[in-house]
Design a protein around this ligand. Structure first.
Ligand code: NAD
Length: 246
């Protein structure tokens, strides 16, 4: 339901062609923001953007690991809407394997998409928001807090995002730019649909609330951190995990 909380705000959400990013984009749009969806899959980004219930939207192809792509996204949004107020670094991949089986390529890709991708996004957003202020939200994971076997690459990247968030929050606070992170637990998306059913059920059984989360429940926290409702919060990490890993 639109309530004008983010009326007129200009938002970029990376990896928003599906899953949590799409739910965040839909949530921001429902509160009045204009939203640009940036995704590795450009067709999916365009389709998702045109389906958004927002006055204006953009769908853009972007590999968050590629500096030129990230610069292009920012340039196109600034060209269309005159600036950027909200930037959500959400794009992600997994390449799970035991330490014995994980390859350096699996490590580099996961670190690259999450950590380099978020860093490029934070850096670009900060540049655009330098005179106006703004809010940046980075999607980490409970895996970065507690560590998950089979995810040494992903846990390292997601813990790194917490450090990035806090360092950037300290660096940018005086510019009126807030930087916060979210650590989702087990959320029902295409990413976790790829998990083996037994592994999903075993993880779900460890959740105090007794169920996996929905993408819209992560979006609620992202909307809060992106909005003036969290105006005195920066450098924080919100856990959206049904109590898992508290
Ligand atoms: P998903 O796989 O459903 O969607 C990820 C999206 O990111 C896809 O649209 C994909 O095309 C895009 N993407 C991948 N690589 C990209 C790149 N290099 N550049 C731009 N876009 C790229 O995943 P999801 O479950 O929606 O996850 C979204 C974020 O939430 C990720 O950062 C993920 O690590 C994090 N997360 C997910 C869960 C979960 O349980 N699903 C839990 C904790 C954290």
């Amino acid at each position: 339901m639109a309530n004008g909380l983010l009326e007129g705000q200009r938002a970029v959400v990376t990896g928003a062609g599906q899953g949590i990013g799409l739910a965040i984009a839909e949530g921001l749009a429902s509160h009045g923001a204009r939203v640009a969806i940036a995704d590795l899959d450009g067709d999916r980004a365009v389709a998702a953007a045109s389906a958004l219930k927002s006055a204006e939207s953009l769908g853009l192809a972007c590999d968050v690991m590629n500096e030129t792509d990230v610069d292009d996204v920012a340039a196109k949004v600034v060209d269309a809407w005159g600036g950027i107020d909200i930037w959500i670094n959400n794009a992600g991949v997994t390449r799970d394997a035991s330490l014995r089986n994980m390859t350096p390529e699996d490590f580099d890709l996961v670190i690259g998409v999450h950590l380099r991708g978020s860093w490029l996004g934070v850096r670009k957003a900060a540049e655009v928001m330098r005179e106006t202020g703004g809010t940046i939200v980075n999607i980490s994971s409970m895996s970065g807090k507690v560590g998950n076997p089979g995810q040494t690459n992903y846990s390292a990247a997601k813990a790194g995002i917490v450090g990035l968030t806090k360092a950037a929050a300290k660096e940018l606070a005086h510019r009126g730019i807030r930087v916060n992170a979210i650590q989702p637990g087990l959320i029902k998306t295409p990413m976790t649909a790829a998990m083996k059913a037994e592994a999903f059920a075993a993880t779900e059984a460890t959740i105090p609330m007794g169920r996996a989360g929905n993408p819209s429940e992560v979006a609620g926290a992202a909307i809060f951190l992106a909005s003036p409702l969290s105006s005195y919060m920066t450098g924080t990490v919100l856990e959206v995990s049904g109590g898992r890993g508290m």
